[in-house]
Design a binder for this molecule. Structure first.
Ligand SMILES: Cc1ncc(COP(=O)(O)O)c(C=O)c1O
Length: 403
């Protein structure tokens, strides 16, 4: 079946954060501010949602659920648990039990509750920078401190420095490690060997692992995503894994995710913390959409990743031809492109300013992603090709390309 990833969809006026939100995010100017004045319509290639409609099977299931007419308090149905389990087994070879699944209304809200409940005040949560900016807030707003391990970029690919990682984990103040797998923004899908070393080190130093696998389904053709829970190490069974379809099928606004916890004692503790946050049950329309997505959304996802891969190939070619000083870090997963502008020799603020004010394109400035982010910009490639082409044409002009 063919899917339409090219027809533009106007999201303005829907309250879409990327298009309508009138306040700054991650320390950046609000779209309204940034795009004040005359010029072509702005193009935001920022926040991780797609300029694409969700899979037709998901939309149909939600319509059918709407047709039922009653939207009372709802718990996840047995079909929900079975569909989630089946998806992990089929797509990633990860066998989970249905009762390991704890649904919640978002990965970040879950992280807030977990840090508050599992990290004693003043202790540290280890993050791997450059990394998804809301992690920093999640730690600081919940009484903990950020400890930072820096990923290493060598030959165009990010890697963990395991000696440095172990030094951080050995700090008695570090109580939790947030593993981002695949990693936003660097696009790394960590290998089984890498994950085994992470598991060993965290077990040795008694550090709780939160594996944020919300991008785990978004794997580039020919690449592989290994769930942390699937590596066969006892420490992995003690991790708290976050996943779902919010990124996979562009359902982030539906407010639903899963925490998967294999260890019964830890699961009970986590369930208590989620309950203590005051959230209860699931949105019935979201629930129906997720069931359909897990059951029938595979072909759409495969087609999506071919589209994202082709968009990625376009950006790579464009940079080589028009902006040779910029360099794409090739992602193994996610639809996010991490582009290295350091060789321009301009301060990141100047690059950002030109891209925003002259090109009227909005990218995520790498400075918000912590150490190692300055000089990089994150570009969302989950959009129609024409939007990406227009954005890069304008960026090339704004940065004074040789054409
Ligand atoms: C790594 C990562 N975790 C979590 C989230 C947000 O998850 P949620 O919307 O479920 O809070 C994002 C969204 O961009 C993300 O990139």
């Amino acid at each position: 079946m063919e899917f339409d990833f090219e027809t533009p969809i106007d999201r303005r006026g829907t309250g879409a954060v990327k298009w309508d939100r009138n306040i700054a995010t991650h320390g950046q100017a609000a779209p309204g501010e940034a795009f004040a004045g005359d010029g072509p319509p702005p193009i935001p290639l920022t926040i991780a949602d797609m300029e694409l409609a969700a899979p037709p099977v998901v939309i149909a299931a939600m319509r059918a659920r709407l047709g039922h007419g009653v939207f009372g308090y709802t718990m996840p149905t047995p079909a929900y648990r079975a569909a989630a389990r089946g998806w992990q087994a089929r797509r990633h070879g990860w066998e989970i039990e249905e009762d390991w699944i704890l649904p919640f209304h978002g990965v970040i809200p879950a992280l807030y509750a977990l840090i508050r409940g599992l990290v004693p005040a003043g202790r540290k949560v280890l993050l791997q920078a450059p990394v998804f900016p809301p992690f920093f807030d999640a730690v600081r707003r919940n009484g903990a401190e950020v400890a930072l391990d820096e990923l290493v970029l060598a030959d165009g690919r990010y890697a963990m420095d395991f000696d440095a990682l172990e030094r951080h984990l050995a700090d008695p103040d570090v109580a939790m490690f947030v593993l981002c797998n695949p990693h936003n923004p660097t696009g790394r899908a960590w290998t089984r060997a890498e994950l085994l070393r992470v598991a060993e080190l965290c077990a040795r130093h008694d550090v709780i692992v939160i594996a944020d696998e919300i991008h785990g389904d978004l794997v580039m053709p020919g690449q592989r995503f290994v769930p942390f829970g699937a590596i066969g190490h006892p420490a992995a069974a003690k991790a708290i894994v976050a996943n779902g379809l919010s990124k996979t099928m562009n359902l982030a606004g539906l407010g639903l995710c899963n925490l998967v916890v294999a260890d019964p004692a830890l699961r009970e503790r986590v369930a208590g913390l989620l309950m203590a946050s005051g959230a209860f049950g699931v949105n019935p329309v979201s629930e129906a959409g997720f069931v359909a997505g897990w059951r029938e959304g595979g072909p759409w996802l495969d087609a999506l990743m071919r589209h994202v891969d082709a968009n990625r190939a376009f950006v790579r070619r464009f940079l080589a031809e028009r902006l040779p000083a910029a360099r794409l870090v090739e992602p193994e997963a996610t639809y996010l492109l991490w582009v290295d502008f350091r060789a321009f020799g301009l301060p990141p603020e100047e690059v950002s300013e030109r891209i925003m004010r002259r090109a009227r394109v909005r990218l995520e400035n790498g400075t918000a992603f912590g150490p190692g982010g300055a000089g990089f910009f994150r570009v969302n490639a989950a959009c129609p090709r024409a939007m990406l082409v227009e954005a890069w044409e304008r960026i090339a002009v704004a940065l004074g390309s040789n054409r």
